[in-house]
Design a protein around this ligand. Structure first.
Ligand code: FAD
Ligand code: NAP
Length: 342
């Protein structure tokens, strides 16, 4: 097993925050996995990193950090309509989406260009453009870090919610996800009604969308709207979009008639980006484009906090707290961080 000490994490988190891992193991196969979790001495303090695109490092990581590099995919079930593919958890999510498109398997094309690994996708039930992981999820295999036993979680057992799952709450830190099996469709239904997809397809001259053109459209939109972490450190949306009650929403509408809204099962979803844009460090300023030192709020995406160079995780966390406070004071809405703070 490849083990190193005092490993700089700057290039292993998309915020590009400087921090050290006290010790790190690069996990590349199942034998190493079994050996690792059989050795109880290793399990005192353990952290998992995939692509590092949903973490904020506020200090050096003590104990053992496991970098997931488990690769492989296999078809485990096939009918005339669908194919179940088992992906090893260290596979890159976007490369798997492209592989599906290439092999004419539909279902995750709207989730193109999301950074990170397959294994982290269930943790927050990744979602974009009206599709969530749970829509295609069949099962996952995970190792219980306390016992070394492998457990298979069904869709229901994962308790998926909006950017949420059991792995963020009840069993947080207890399991290492080994593989994820998805049900992909041979009979495609394209979801083009969300956001700018239909408009982008029109611009591309596509009359009959297929999974490839939808994937291409999503890639184009995302590349034009979102800051590339290779150029400016960020972890995508820092906060979740809050869901408020109908009464709360109606009272806000009186003062803020332009407030956008999307009815969902649990209530009314309002875009966190709008709330952040319409509050700020002082009453006549907006957070959008705010910068102090090397940390700030992206100038085109108020939901994305950025590291322009040497910002520390603590500075970004402090900025996020100021944003939460000002949004709460103005709208009486408590924003929740989507990014995992370490
Ligand atoms: P990491 O950041 O490495 O880890 C995230 C959490 O999962 C950590 O707590 C980690 O310990 C845990 N974890 C990772 N792997 C395992 C494992 N194998 N077993 C157990 N625990 C594990 N998210 C969306 O939902 N939709 C989007 O559209 C989206 N767009 C993004 C755009 C940008 C530019 C960026 C930077 C991020 C975006 N994200 C989005 C967030 C992020 O890409 C996803 O949450 C992704 O699934 C994180 O994968 P990762 O491998 O980088 O996870
Ligand atoms: P957008 O299209 O400008 O829309 C703004 C917000 O309004 C989105 O966050 C979305 O919520 C919501 N919304 C828009 N149309 C909707 C509809 N028809 N029904 C319900 N909700 C709707 O958003 P964007 O910032 O460009 O992002 C596009 C998609 O990529 C979104 O789904 C977003 O979640 C996803 N994304 C996620 C991250 C991340 O890190 N989590 C980063 C970038 C983009 P939802 O977020 O609930 O979809």
């Amino acid at each position: 097993m490849n083990r190193r000490y005092q490993v700089p994490l700057d290039d292993l988190n998309t915020f590009h925050i400087h921090a050290l891992a006290e010790s790190m193991i690069y996990l590349t196969n199942l034998e190493e996995c079994k050996a690792l979790f059989a050795d109880q001495n290793l399990l005192e303090e353990i952290h998992f990193i995939g692509g590092g695109s949903n973490i904020l490092l506020t200090e050096d990581i003590k104990g053992l950090t496991v970098l997931n590099q488990l690769k492989g995919k296999s078809v485990i079930h096939e009918t005339d309509d669908e194919v179940h593919v088992k992906f090893m958890s260290g596979e890159n999510w976007h490369e798997c989406v492209l592989w599906c498109v290439e092999n004419n398997l539909g279902g995750i094309e709207n989730l193109s260009l999301i950074p990170g690994t397959i294994g982290a996708a269930p943790i927050q039930n990744i979602g974009a453009y009206g599709v969530e992981l749970k829509d295609v999820f069949v099962t996952l295999e995970a190792i219980d870090v306390n016992t070394g036993a492998v457990h298979v979680f069904s869709n229901a057992e994962c308790e998926f919610g909006y950017r949420d799952s059991i792995f963020k709450h009840k069993v947080k830190g207890q399991y290492f996800i080994l593989s994820v099996t998805l049900s992909l469709s041979k009979q495609h239904v394209c979801h083009t009604e969300y956001g700018m997809i239909a408009e982008e397809l029109q611009k591309m001259g596509v009359e009959k969308p297929d999974i490839r053109s939808v994937s291409d459209a999503v890639i184009k939109i995302r590349s034009s709207k979102l800051p590339n972490p290779d150029h400016i450190g960020n972890a995508g949306s820092f906060f979740k979009n809050p869901i408020v009650t109908q009464e709360h929403f109606q009272s806000l509408k009186i003062h803020y008639p332009d407030l956008p809204s999307y009815p969902v099962e649990e209530g009314i979803k309002v875009p966190a980006a709008w709330l952040i844009e319409h509050s700020g460090p002082s009453s006549n300023q907006s957070w959008k484009g705010y910068r102090r030192g090397d940390c700030g709020v992206h100038e085109r995406q108020a939901l994305v906090l950025v590291n322009y160079g040497e910002a520390s995780g603590k500075e970004i966390l402090e900025l996020s707290t100021r944003i939460i406070t000002s949004v709460q004071q103005r709208f009486n809405i408590l924003l929740e961080r989507e990014v995992n703070v370490w």
